[in-house]
Design a protein around this ligand. Structure first.
Ligand code: GDP
Ligand code: MG
Length: 603
């Protein structure tokens, strides 16, 4: 198939607007899968995706379609719509010339639609706007067309109207993809040059790389070299995804294919790398900027005996999700573990769910936190850290307040689309989360788009859930990073009988520290069992106690065995007991059960 008859495109949409359903219809139409094969959402192959109804990993399918007496090769790349999986969206778009922007004709433009549109626009991709679910009774395509016009200047005459569920108008989508989206600028006469844009790990075959061939051709047996690592590999297998894996002996420019070449791990198969033939120098392809992790959490085996198994499982999973970062960490209470970095909260949840489902691991996950930036003023400290500014996500490493000149925290620009009637509650939520309103505009007379400047630490915990709760599920949210901004944070320490328990400490904004202190003290009181000694729980900042709770001691009646009688003997025993208590207190021999740590550390 000549390059002129190749199209590479993605479907992008807000969650639930029908991407996967449309992808299924396109696969059926092109004969890639049989109609009514009974399996819905063919591209959502992971268990977690089927369960949550979201797409996590971008999947690819190569389709053949005959149109106007020509046979076209259409490479469809399904992308996750969620903000947390932007990495997957970016990497899919790097291999495309155009996108189908899918919008629910009932729900209209949502926060993620806005983000997706701007992303595609910034990459100069051709946008084919499509309204889905026109079969719904409440669908109002004319109103949504107007929204597209108002927000994105999209000409209503160019907007397609379909029902992915019933297949109405779907054929037209394929034809418009061919008509409107340009073919790739691929040159088959040149030397091979390919963009590695996804990779995953399989138990028996090792790492498999998804490659977009920009130039030339690639054959089984060729020797290829990574531009970034300069290592060379023999191509062991080539296949295209139709979407079932179909082995072939050659890939040509314009195609997207799966390359097996015995790369061992994610250090060797680097997303965004350019591959070329061994000893043939080429200009590297401009890949895409990898996203930085924004949310961190500690992951510990429930039992240290599972340490090695858990590490193996995490490493394997990271191969399929290169956005996750991993550093070793340890906690006196939870043992040896790791600190993992994620792109967002859903990203973290999905990762942990996959750890359980695909690898049978059941780790303890601590509450997520963000990375703060600290500007130091103490020259001595600067020399130990070797830097004027340090990055910090673990409260254990929090320096002395007097050594810090200024604190910074990561912030985001949040876009919220909400029906007008919930505006009051949505604004109250944003204010409670330390948000600052930046703009507010009517999408139409029913819905409003507001933009907020928000600290990331406030949204990683429960912002999305709360937003859904105050808007009966109707408001949608998306965010983009805005970098670091000056802030006022403190380290909240937890003391048990006057002794700090380091792993219970956390970094909190000054305005929130009182309520967090009360909450932790209360949870400790609820979960630490009564013991031989009284336990004083204190939540402090510096020497100031912000919240306290007390767990009363059992009163062990040491004199019960003595039947009245000798008063001096009785007094002596009581004195001994009091001394014993004092001793226990001074060494703070408080037994804190494992569950207490889990309950406080876990969100
Ligand atoms: P995704 O999150 O964008 O992949 O959305 P899905 O394809 O999973 O679809 C979300 C829900 O919308 C599913 O329950 C689909 O059955 C439903 N859906 C998708 N397309 C249509 C359509 O054209 N009409 C109707 N009525 N429902 C649809
Ligand atoms: Mg989906």
């Amino acid at each position: 198939i000549p390059v002129e008859q190749v199209r590479n495109f993605s479907i992008i949409a807000h969650v639930d607007h029908g991407k996967s359903t449309l992808a299924d219809r396109l696969l059926e139409l092109t004969g890639a899968v049989k109609k009514n094969s009974g399996k819905s959402q063919i591209l959502d192959s992971l268990q977690v995706e089927q369960e949550r109804g979201i797409t996590v990993k971008a999947q690819t399918a190569s389709l053949l379609y005959d149109y106007k007496d020509k046979r076209y090769l259409l490479n469809l790349i399904d992308t996750p719509g969620h903000v947390d999986f932007c990495n997957e969206v970016y990497r899919s778009l790097a291999a495309c010339e155009g996108v189908v922007l899918l919008v629910d004709a009932n729900q209209g433009v949502q926060a993620q639609t806005v983000a997706n549109f701007h992303l595609a626009k910034s990459k100069d991709l051709t946008i084919v706007p499509v309204l889905n679910k026109v079969d719904l009774k409440n669908a109002d395509p004319d109103r949504v067309c107007l929204e597209l016009l108002t927000l994105f200047s999209i000409d209503p005459d160019t907007v397609l109207r379909i029902s992915a569920k019933f297949g109405t108008g779907v054929e037209n989508v394929l034809q418009e993809v061919i008509e409107r989206i340009p073919h790739p600028q691929a040159d088959r006469s040149k030397h091979f040059r390919g963009l590695l844009f996804d990779s995953w790990y399989e138990q028996y075959r090792g790492t498999l790389n998804l490659i977009y061939l920009k130039d030339g051709q690639l054959n089984v047996g060729d020797e290829i070299t990574s531009h970034l690592t300069n290592k060379s590999y023999e191509v062991k297998s080539l296949s295209i995804l139709t979407p079932a894996e179909t082995p072939i002996h050659q890939l040509v420019a314009g195609q997207v294919g799966l390359v097996g070449c015995n790369m061992k791990n994610s250090k060797e198969s680097i997303i965004g790398d350019t591959l070329h033939l061994k000893n043939v120098k080429v200009e590297p392809l401009t890949g895409f900027k990898p996203q930085q992790p924004m949310v961190f959490a500690g992951v510990y085996p429930a039992d240290q005996a599972q340490h090695v198994a858990l590490r193996t499982a995490i490493e394997k999973l990271i191969l399929t999700d290169s956005a996750v970062t991993l550093t070793p960490d340890s906690s006196p209470a939870l043992g040896q573990g790791w600190r993992l970095g994620f792109l967002g909260l859903l990203h973290m949840e999905v990762f942990c769910q996959r750890l359980e489902q695909e690898h049978g691991a059941e780790p303890i996950i601590t509450a997520p936190s963000v990375t703060y930036k600290l500007k130091l003023k103490n020259p001595k400290l600067i020399s130990t850290y070797g830097e004027h500014t340090i990055y910090l996500s673990n409260p254990t490493h929090f320096p002395n307040e007097k050594d810090v000149e200024e604190y910074f925290e990561p912030c985001v620009k949040g876009t919220i689309v909400t029906p007008t009637e919930y505006l009051g509650d949505v604004i109250a939520l944003c204010v409670n989360k330390r948000g600052v309103q930046q703009s507010c505009s009517n999408i139409d007379d029913l819905r409003i788009m507001i933009k907020y400047f928000l600290p990331l630490s406030e949204i990683v915990l429960d912002f999305h859930d709360k937003l859904k709760a105050v808007s009966s599920g109707y408001a949608s949210f998306d965010y983009e990073p805005l970098g670091y901004h000056s802030t006022d944070i403190v380290k909240l320490n937890i003391h048990l009988n006057g002794n700090p328990v380091e792993e219970l400490s956390r970094i909190v904004h000054k305005t929130k520290v009182n309520s967090v202190a009360r909450d932790i003290a209360f949870r400790l009181k609820e979960t630490i069992p009564r013991q031989m000694i009284q336990i004083a729980i204190q939540a402090c900042v510096g020497s100031k106690v912000l919240a306290r709770e007390t767990i009363k001691a059992y009163r062990k009646d040491v004199t019960a065995k003595l039947y009245g009688g000798d008063v001096t003997r009785r007094m002596k025993l009581l004195k001994q007991q009091a001394e014993g208590k004092k001793k226990m207190r001074s060494i703070a021999n408080v037994r804190i059960p494992h569950e207490t740590f889990i309950s406080v550390l876990r969100k």
